[in-house]
Design a binder for this molecule. Structure first.
Ligand SMILES: [Mn+2]
Length: 277
């Protein structure tokens, strides 16, 4: 099953939706590997028209390519598979929106983008800073992913929004005082205006949302933003040069109501409509 209103082929698509069903390093509560299928299914409960943007999915050209075939046991192998899959799409001049999976998937994706865009900037929305140098002995984990990404693009090119779970030492890392908006999304516009001439990659960990709106996730954290606050951020993106994005960390089975999957599908609909041009 493909996402609502996907084109039948990749040829004319500007944006490609890619499922990355990997949760191999999830420590607390795994299950995000089930997110891509759940989001696609939930997309059929939505209308294709967005009243927020006065745009319709039928008016834009995107293609849902399905899931990347992955191994479940070998982290490094999976990172390589994801990177080369995404790089091929970038070289075909496609934007990608990847559906996780856990947050570690952002690392190989950003690595692929960095090969084409030397001045790449990453905007990271999350409840968690994900800045640990290693986590339970592992360098590559959902809890270290932004540290690895910062090493790739430079701390000065990593902006973080909505962070409300971290260790004090994270604040001492380079540029964290200037480039981190704690607790909410209030600095979105300020940050975007600083980087308006640069290619921007956006990584959205859905646990930025308050668990009241989004309980279906592995590491829920109280005190989050509302869906409308996240939407305001997504709508801003249409004025900037966003070259790719990911939406990660839905674990559908922790929300029996199914609202979390529908929320994730809504976020993807709005992202598709906002960044497709
Ligand atoms: Mn998180």
């Amino acid at each position: 099953m493909e996402f609502l209103c996907s084109l039948a082929s990749i040829k004319k698509a500007k944006t490609v939706l890619v499922g990355v069903p990997y949760d191999g390093t999830s420590t607390f509560r795994p299950g995000s590997r089930f997110a891509p299928a759940s989001i696609r299914e939930s997309s059929y409960g939505l209308e294709s028209y967005s009243p927020y943007q006065d745009k319709d999915l039928r008016e834009i050209k995107f293609f849902d390519i399905g899931d990347i075939p992955l191994s479940y046991s070998d982290v490094q192998l999976n990172l390589k598979i994801i990177e080369s899959f995404i790089l091929k799409l970038i070289l075909k001049r496609k934007k990608t929106i990847c559906i996780g999976g856990e947050h570690l998937i952002s690392y190989p994706i950003v690595k692929a983008y960095k090969k084409k865009y030397k001045d790449l900037v990453v905007i990271h929305l999350d409840a968690h800073s994900d800045l640990a140098n290693s986590f339970r002995g592992e360098k590559f984990s959902h809890a270290t992913v932004m540290r690895r990404i910062a090493e790739l693009v430079g701390f000065e090119n990593l902006y973080q929004l909505g962070i409300r779970s971290m260790v004090r030492e994270d604040r001492l890392l380079p540029k964290r005082k200037d480039n981190t908006c704690m607790l909410n999304l209030s600095k979105s516009e300020e940050y975007l205006n600083k980087i308006k001439d640069k290619p921007i990659y956006v990584s959205i960990d859905l646990d930025i949302l308050d668990p009241a709106y989004f309980p279906g996730t592995g590491t829920p954290e109280p005190g989050g933003v509302t869906f409308k606050e996240l939407l305001t951020f997504i709508l801003l993106l249409k004025n900037f040069h966003v070259i790719g994005a990911d939406v990660v960390e839905l674990s559908p089975h922790y929300d029996q109501s199914g609202v979390s999957s529908i929320t994730a599908a809504s976020v993807i609909r709005e992202l598709l409509l906002s960044i497709n041009d």
